[in-house]
Design a protein around this ligand. Structure first.
Ligand code: FAD
Length: 615
């Protein structure tokens, strides 16, 4: 009994299997190379010859640059296959019952590629919803309007449409083809289209991005895996399912989004690009639709307004759509200020980061073409401003988190403003990450205490007013036309305007030497300075005259939360309104926004199919 449990359709997970860089010659991340086979045999306590390659599969593969660079694997051993291919393996398999360290037994295989075939058309989990309403004729089927085609809106629309709901997807920006041309005009000719830019358009803010698919919400969770598998279904490389730091890059994201769009259209989703939600239509304290305006040109509203009626409105507008928050406020939708972070983007030559991280192995990187990933970093520290004798009105001890965020190896800094008078920047990269620069946000945490004087005038939107004041000052110091104010890191630390020739930068709209050391509130600057000193201890060489700070990074996450109910995702004060994704304050990044959209889609589809609602 007990022994047969371990010999029947079981799987052993092998954790933290290390293979030195110079030995790992696998062709791709799924490959079980000789070195992996040998290390696995050692971990399992058997001879290499007893272990069939076919019984092993890669669950996760990461690169660890510390000390001797190595690949670190999580593998899965299929007991059944092992016995079939090598009956003599029975002996060592039985010994594994004593649970050696780094091993774990499970009954269900981890099979990411199988996930894809189980999903969609109609997916396993969606079948029951689909049979409830999918068969009904069009007039009887519930209608939902989804506002915003970022990751949250797209995944909500997908789940709802596959459940048989009639979905209209409203997006103020343009489809990726036109949006690409608008972004080209911005980068090459400084022409900012207010409705089609780095923040607005198909795919949302994450399209012209680094396409990092890392998330803090647990990468092995079913929801994250489902999102990643869906992206693979639409053309993302299957490597993202096992990569410790999955990344797709802008060039690939554009193709993925096009396939996503065609899939939605095949499911009957009506997609309205160049259409901005102007207002909610509220009857008897319930949202019954939205008022929209056609905005296909940079000139703003063309005056062609229309009404889209719906049983529910999913609001997935991201955190740059400040006009949408104003509209919600006018309807007394409950919102609260939320912590976020502001600071600068720091840019180094990528070569320097490779050297700091990989030392003598740095030459292995080959600008994205080698087996060794282009080096990244992640740094964080807690700065105690009391120790630095900073005076503050705040009663509590003044601690500020200072950290790097959204690091883009081999990438470029891009303007993410939606208005020329407000400058904010972010980072993006292409799939190869082959540019000469590395950039990352370097930010400090902002809490309501930091902008309390603004609350009297701006209520729950005070955080936005705070962001805006910093963005306006940055635009002014850059001298306009979205030119970025910059200062070298040593000069920032010494309160000195950079006078000599500035280091080269990837930012295509131009840079202007300007004081950044007095742009943010003084205690923010101090926290950033302390942070930089700490980070230089961790990454020796981080403070360098070639390191350039760019102003400003303000939109790290939403400064507002639209309060909603936990299970139903419905606004606590406005029936029929479903605020989701980053703009609503429930996600930070592509994957977590997609997961939030997917869960909200399921919850809403379930609700719309209940007898109570349909009667
Ligand atoms: P958004 O993606 O912001 O989508 C909201 C959509 O709603 C937009 O398309 C907008 O046009 C539309 N909209 C807004 N208002 C209206 C209206 N009134 N009517 C109609 N439509 C409207 N995250 C990562 O995880 N990895 C990365 O590498 C990464 N890099 C980034 C790089 C850049 C340059 C930027 C700007 C962001 C990056 N992010 C990254 C963050 C990520 O893009 C966001 O977390 C994510 O896109 C949030 O998804 P969302 O669906 O909630 O909102």
């Amino acid at each position: 009994g007990k022994s047969s449990r371990f010999l029947k359709d079981g799987y052993w997970k092998i954790f933290r299997l290390e293979v030195p860089l110079e030995l790992d010659l696998g062709k791709d991340n799924f490959d079980i190379s000789d070195a992996v086979l040998e290390s696995s045999a050692a971990a399992l306590g058997c001879k290499t010859g007893v272990l069939p390659r076919t019984a092993l599969s890669v669950v996760r593969k990461s690169f660890d640059a510390r000390k001797d660079p190595k690949f670190v694997y999580t593998l899965q051993l299929d007991v059944g296959e092992c016995l079939r291919a090598r009956p003599e393996s029975r002996h060592f398999l039985l010994k594994l019952r004593n649970k050696p360290s780094k091993l774990e037994f499970c009954n269900i295989p981890w099979a990411p590629l199988d996930l894809i075939s189980q999903l969609r058309q109609p997916g396993v989990a969606m079948k029951s919803f689909h049979s409830t309403i999918g068969g009904k004729n069009v007039k009887e089927r519930p209608r939902v309007v989804v506002v915003g085609s970022g990751p949250a809106g797209l995944f909500a629309a997908l789940v709802l449409a596959e459940s048989g709901v009639l979905v209209t997807l409203v997006e103020r920006g343009q489809p990726v083809e036109t949006r690409g041309r608008d972004i080209g005009a911005l980068m090459n000719r400084h022409i900012l289209d207010h409705e089609s830019n780095l923040c607005y358009g198909e795919g949302g803010a994450g399209t012209w991005s680094d396409g990092k698919l890392t998330t803090r919400i647990g990468k092995n969770g079913g929801s994250v895996q489902t999102v990643l598998a869906t992206l693979v279904q639409f053309g993302a490389p299957s490597n993202i399912l096992i990569d410790g730091k999955p990344h797709v890059g802008t060039d690939r994201l554009i193709h993925i989004l096009r396939a996503f769009r065609h899939h939605l259209q095949n499911l009957g989703v009506k997609i309205m690009f160049g259409t901005r939600m102007e207002d909610l239509i509220v009857r008897d304290k319930r949202v019954v639709g939205i008022r929209t305006c056609c905005v296909t040109e940079a000139s703003g509203c063309l005056g062609i307004s229309s009404v889209v009626e719906a049983d529910a409105v999913v609001l997935a507008v991201g955190h740059s759509a400040r006009d949408a928050y104003e509209s919600l406020l006018s309807h007394n939708v409950l919102m609260s200020p939320k912590d976020f972070a502001v600071g600068f983007r720091i840019e180094h030559p990528q070569e320097l980061i490779n050297e700091i991280q990989y030392h003598r192995w740095a030459s292995e990187v080959q600008r994205g073409k080698g087996r060794v990933p282009v080096a990244d970093y992640k740094v964080a520290t807690d700065v105690d401003l009391n120790e630095l004798n900073v005076s503050s009105d705040a009663e509590e001890h003044l601690h500020k988190g200072c950290y790097s965020f959204c690091m883009c190896p081999g990438g470029q800094i891009v303007p993410t403003s939606t208005d020329e008078a407000e400058l904010c920047i972010n980072g993006m990269s292409f799939s190869k990450r082959s540019s000469r620069w590395a950039n990352a946000a370097l930010v400090v945490t902002v809490s309501a205490n930091d902008f309390s004087p603004l609350i009297a005038n701006h209520g729950p939107l005070a955080g936005i007013a705070f962001q805006r004041s910093i963005e306006r000052e940055a635009a002014r110091r850059g001298g306009g036309k979205l030119v970025s104010p910059v200062q070298t890191v040593p000069d920032f630390l010494n309160d000195k305007i950079s006078e000599h020739e500035l280091p080269a930068s990837s930012y295509r709209l131009g840079v202007q030497s300007s004081p950044l050391h007095d742009l943010l509130p003084a205690h923010f600057t101090l926290a950033l300075k302390q942070g930089l000193i700490h980070f230089n201890d961790q990454l020796s060489g981080f403070i360098d005259k070639r390191a350039l700070l760019h102003g400003v990074e303000t939109r790290t996450s939403s400064p507002v939360r639209i309060e909603r109910m936990t299970e139903s995702f419905e606004s606590v004060t406005m029936a029929g309104l479903y605020p989701i994704g980053e703009g609503a304050g429930y996600a930070g990044g592509i994957v977590s926004a997609a997961v939030d959209g997917m869960h909200a889609g399921f919850a809403l589809a379930k609700y719309l199919t209940t007898d109570k609602h349909l009667s």
